[in-house]
Design a protein around this ligand. Structure first.
Ligand code: PLP
Length: 356
């Protein structure tokens, strides 16, 4: 077996990789537009929305930029509980937005009470929230957070980064009225890197009409103008679209509910294994990610040595992120990873621990 347990890029199924070798066609052609229309229709199912899903060339970070640049003129509240949430804040201020920070320590979730307090103090055009903090393995309760925003500040748009969770954890875009939900191709969607996807509400597009300096490349209104013609303003990532088409078929064939259950089962297997070994997940119970487990390295394993050992068996995991390096390690269980992969990985880590 050869398998990666790093939180992106993840392993891609061979037939999805193979789909990328299909010959090019003109992108202004009925052939291409047909596939582009079909991938959007399937993406809508995965995003649980009937509105629209953009499929631009970009990684996820580009959609963080598109979100703040199109949907905020001045004031945005950045909820920050890890590296990717911090990045979204940096993206906002780099684009000249007035971003206020709602900070909690890394390893904790953003809670509805904290968000409610912040929204009562000041009115914001939008809030940015990372659903699944890949750096810390923390999942924030996005349904409850969205409800708080609708309740306290109904005009505030809800922008959610779900790069490492879309397709693996249920996020009901329409039912929870999330205005902007973004992801990348290379994480829970199990595609090669290079594309981003974003579900965008009608309310968001109406707001964008009023926002100045939306830029060109990520102007949501320009994207919409082309989307309705099953196209993009620029050249699309054609090979990745072929791969996307096949991967979305895999996802829908497995069934979204089955997919969510598989991710939850792998998370609970990894997390109970780590607790049995005296190593706690960084996140508190109730906030533990279902797609990536960040585990405290209380057994003081040499993570670099561990990875060398795992590589002899064709596997690898991730060290902790930034400050959390060596203090934690991360096991991703997302995309096409199956329980038998997890079993083999945990067995190998046990063998490594026994050698110490
Ligand atoms: C990986 C990641 C990003 C950055 O995505 P890119 O595709 O690398 O730009 C943003 N947010 C989260 C939660 C991530 O896991």
């Amino acid at each position: 077996m050869s398998h990666m347990f790093i939180p992106g890029p993840v392993d891609v199924d061979p037939d999805v990789l193979q789909a990328q070798t299909k010959p090019m066609v003109p992108h202004r052609s009925a052939d291409f537009e047909k596939i582009f229309r079909e991938t959007e229709a399937k993406l809508k199912k995965v995003f649980l929305t009937e509105t629209r899903v953009f499929q631009p060339p970009s990684s996820g970070t580009g959609m963080q930029e598109a979100g703040v640049r199109n949907l905020v003129q001045n004031d945005v509240l950045s909820c920050i509980n890890g590296a990717f949430a911090e990045r979204w804040y940096q993206v906002a201020i780099s684009n000249g937005k007035q971003a206020d920070r709602l900070d909690v320590p890394w390893g904790e979730a953003i809670t509805p009470d904290l968000l409610a307090d912040a929204l009562k103090k000041k009115s914001y055009e939008a809030v940015t929230i990372v659903h699944n903090e890949t750096s810390t393995g923390v999942e924030s309760p996005i349904k409850e957070l969205a409800a708080v925003v609708h309740d306290i500040s109904p005009d505030t748009l809800i922008l959610v980064d779900a790069v490492s969770s879309v397709g693996g954890v249920k996020i009901e875009t329409d039912a929870w009225r999330i205005d902007f939900l973004l992801t990348s191709s290379q994480k829970c969607m199990a595609l090669p890197p290079g594309m981003a996807f974003a579900a965008v509400s009608d309310r968001s597009l109406a707001k964008a009409e009023t926002v100045k300096n939306r830029g060109w490349y990520f102007d949501l209104l320009r994207m919409e103008k082309h989307r309705v013609k099953d196209s993009t303003a620029m050249t699309p990532t054609m090979s990745l679209i072929w791969a996307l088409d096949v991967q979305l078929d895999h996802m829908l064939k497995e069934g979204l509910e089955n997919r969510y259950a598989r991710h939850a089962a792998m998370a609970s297997r990894v997390q109970s294994w780590s607790l049995d070994r005296g190593m706690e997940p960084l996140a508190a119970e109730g906030y533990r990610s279902r797609t990536v487990s960040t585990i405290k390295n209380t057994r003081e394993m040499d993570i670099a040595e561990l990875n060398k050992y795992l590589l002899t068996k064709g596997m690898r995991l991730s060290n902790g992120y930034g400050e959390l390096k060596n203090k934690t390690f991360r096991i991703a269980h997302m995309g096409e990873t199956q329980m038998h992969h997890i079993d083999e990985l945990l067995e190998a880590i046990d063998a490594f621990l026994a050698k110490k």
